[in-house]
Design a protein around this ligand. Structure first.
Ligand code: SIN
Length: 282
């Protein structure tokens, strides 16, 4: 593990923002920018480079409305409207998903490790989550670098996984909570994907959606996935974000996974998420 960690720590220069790394592997808290108004080309360029370097960016004190939320997301691509999240669309804003839990909740979105909507043929490039209401304590989100998870595999395991594909099925995460009869997507993706912008390899299986590795006996697939799901949760690959009201987390869904911790029941945690259109994982 130490060898993998030593390979990180590149220095990236920014012209318009300050980025404070959270851990060597992942996470950067961005300051010096206002997401309520239009951004300059230089700011957008800095944010692209910061996202490539840090995988998830955090912004504090940014009270945004739906229009500002969507405008910010669109600097990074078109909007992804996931069919499986239709029941939680904000009224009049299908591009905005409500993320909310309170004393009446029986589940919360994203409680286990996952990459958003990896069941879709073109899973989102990233997600922009804005929370306006935060419980007095708890409700953190934990993020894990799938570059770090890949880099830390043995060369033999990397060679074994190369070229394998796995099935991702929305029924795992959404089966019990979407209206009966709703058609849920399932798609096959490579187990190892190459990030189109950084060229780095990332592990692309997750507990929230991946059901089996194709072309191998089911028992072998189960054992391999169990190992990989455990491996990708190593604390050395992670950062943990403690929310404050009107904070935003913007993560790269192609190389990071996340898990929302539901330790604050019966308190309220509430906000909105917009997802950015991605491409076919390769
Ligand atoms: C999600 O999985 O997109 C929600 C994450 C969170 O609520 O922290």
């Amino acid at each position: 593990m130490a060898d993998v960690l030593r390979t990180r720590g590149r220095h990236v220069e920014y012209n318009t923002i300050t980025v404070r790394p959270l851990t060597p592997a992942i996470g950067g808290e961005v300051s010096g920018i206002d997401l309520n108004g239009p951004l300059s080309d230089a700011e957008v360029d800095d944010l692209h480079r910061a996202l490539d370097d840090r995988l998830v960016l955090f912004f504090r004190d940014q009270p945004i409305d739906h229009a500002a939320h969507v405008r910010f997301s669109e600097y990074f691509g078109g909007i992804h409207i996931a069919p499986s999240t239709k029941p939680w669309q904000a009224p009049g804003h299908p591009e905005v998903t409500i993320i909310h839990a309170d004393k009446d909740s029986t589940f919360v979105a994203g409680e286990d490790w996952h990459s958003d909507m990896s069941c879709d043929p073109e899973p989102p490039l990233g997600s922009v989550l804005y929370l306006h209401t935060i419980p007095p304590v708890g409700g953190d989100t934990v993020f894990s670098s799938m570059y770090a998870a890949y880099d830390a595999l043995s060369e033999r395991m990397k060679a074994h996984l190369e070229g394998l594909t796995a099935m991702h099925d929305a029924a795992v995460g959404f089966g019990g909570i979407t209206p009966e009869g709703m058609k849920l997507p399932r798609t096959s993706h490579p187990v190892i994907r190459t990030h189109p912008s950084t060229g780095r390899k990332a592990l692309f299986v997750n507990k929230g959606f991946t059901t089996y590795i194709e072309g191998v006996p089911r028992a072998e697939s189960d054992a391999l996935l169990q190992y990989l799901f455990q491996h990708l949760q190593h604390p050395a690959f992670q950062c943990r974000f403690t929310w404050t009201p009107h904070a935003i987390a913007f993560w790269d869904n192609r190389c990071a996974q996340h898990s929302a911790i539901w330790d604050y029941f019966p308190q309220t945690r509430s906000g909105f998420r917009v997802q950015i259109r991605g491409d076919v994982p390769r």
